[in-house]
Design a protein around this ligand. Structure first.
Ligand code: PMT
Length: 418
């Protein structure tokens, strides 16, 4: 995991009720060793006093664009050049709109235009404002026009201060601090890259699938997508062109990675097949795909029937990785095996049965690794070789997995661009 010691974070706080959470975030970042400078919009100062942030960051808080005292200290252009990362938390619909439209109407928006640093936006607003097509257009504009420069972190879903429920909650300060750590982990990967996969096309499946029972219920599992997303970041950091086919997760795609969202296994299969047919040298199946789906999905919400039990008839889902591995001109295919016992024996059997070139076995019975964790420990197996990678962050692990895959894929398919 990257150390945050000395990392320079410019924390932009805008005017929403979640501004109080930014104080905790500021505290967490400084505790991790970050140097934090806070810029507040006028609205933000209505919610929390600049003094709070001054005390927590140990630095004067910047609020005005045209402030001769501030300009005599750290002027706005100097401030724009200072950070390793600008994090706007909370980011209101207003700041998102101003940023998407290139407005420089106050200090924070001016900094956003003047900076060459990476920017992360953590939206926080009422659910209807978040869902509004204009807000969604602005978000899409930032994602498209600033791909590789700007990431959107969140929002989360749940009960809101206004009494509504839905998407628009600021991610919790711990989660945002964790994203900052991940951001610098990925940056480190890019700086230390040993494997050059420029020109290689990689398709990765990640996250869970959801299999509908009726319009409001589904069958799924605990996959968070963290393993697949970390692999996508590591492949991308090595120069590969990455398509991520992702089930429903709460994390955002790494910078520079094309992410296609899907819900069910059948949908994941058809999107993965299309991505592979567009050109693919390496296919990695990190998704936890539901093996079964409900045979007949109810078209309206199922009602409880007295005291009798409910029996659902399940039918098998297609096996995505096996069907990619069965193609005549197949890419180098890597699967995962999530096992709770007899790890290596089951993993080897899966590799044979699904005709995989490599399988990554993880013991999902161990606490603190595997499903929905930031860490993992795996055995990487191919027919003649086995490498054990001990417990570490999924980011660090992914870098090692990418090196092993790249080395093996170039032996197996020397003609391909790996
Ligand atoms: O997402 P995280 O929270 O970070 O957790 C990571 C993980 C534990 C989900 C991941 O590391 C992992 O092990 N993924 C595979 C989980 C799984 O479904 O394993 P499996 O043994 O059931 O499947 C074997 C392989 O076949 C996997 O590559 C799987 O993607 C693939 N598969 C399975 C069923 C299916 N219908 N289609 C598939 O492609």
């Amino acid at each position: 995991m990257a150390s945050l010691e000395g990392k320079k974070i410019l924390l932009g706080v805008t005017g929403g009720i979640a501004a109080y959470k930014a104080a905790d975030l500021c505290r967490q970042l400084t505790r991790k060793g970050c140097l934090v400078r806070v810029v507040m919009t006028r609205g933000a100062t209505e919610f929390v006093s600049p003094l709070t942030f001054q005390a927590l960051s140990g630095n004067p808080v910047h609020t005005e664009l045209l402030d001769s005292d501030a300009e005599a200290g750290m002027g706005h252009i100097e401030l724009a050049k200072w950070p390793d990362l600008i994090l706007i938390a909370p980011a209101t619909a207003n700041i998102i709109s101003l940023y998407a439209h290139g407005q420089a109407s106050d200090l924070l928006t001016t900094l956003l235009l003047a900076t060459q640093s990476k920017v992360a936006i953590a939206p926080a607003m009422n659910q209807a404002m978040w869902r509004h097509p204009i807000t969604q257009l602005n978000i899409a504009k930032l994602r498209d026009s600033l791909a590789g420069t700007c990431e959107i972190w969140g929002p989360g879903e749940g009960a809101q201060a206004c009494g509504d429920t839905g998407p628009g909650r600021l991610l919790e300060p711990e989660e945002l601090a964790h994203r900052v750590v991940e951001f610098f982990d990925n940056k480190n990967l890019q700086q230390n890259k040993k494997t050059d996969l420029t020109g290689t096309r990689v398709v990765i499946t990640a996250g869970p699938t959801r299999e509908a029972i009726d319009p409001v219920r589904y069958i799924s599992n605990h996959s968070s997508g963290k393993m697949g997303y970390a692999l996508a970041a590591a492949f991308s950091a090595s120069g590969a062109e990455v398509v991520l086919v992702s089930g429903p997760v709460d994390i955002s795609a790494p910078m520079g990675v094309r992410c296609i969202q899907v819900t069910s296994a059948c949908e994941m299969l058809s999107v993965a097949e299309e991505a592979v047919s567009d050109g693919c040298d390496i296919f990695v199946a990190a998704a936890a795909v539901a093996d079964y789906r409900v045979e007949t999905v109810a078209s309206s919400k199922m009602k409880k029937k007295g005291d009798s039990d409910l029996v659902l008839k399940l039918c098998q889902n297609p096996d995505i990785v096996a069907s990619i591995a069965a193609k005549p001109d197949k890419p180098f295919v890597v699967g995962f095996a999530a096992e709770t016992n007899d790890l290596l024996a089951y993993a080897k059997a899966k590799m044979e049965k699904k005709n995989l070139d490599m399988i990554i076995a993880n013991d999902v019975s161990k606490k603190g690794i595997g499903f929905n964790s930031d860490r993992n420990a795996v055995h990487v197996l191919c027919r003649e070789q086995m490498v054990e990678l001990p417990e570490q962050s999924k980011a660090a692990l992914s870098q090692k997995i990418v090196e092993i895959i790249a080395a093996r894929a170039s032996q197996v398919a020397p003609g391909k661009s790996v």
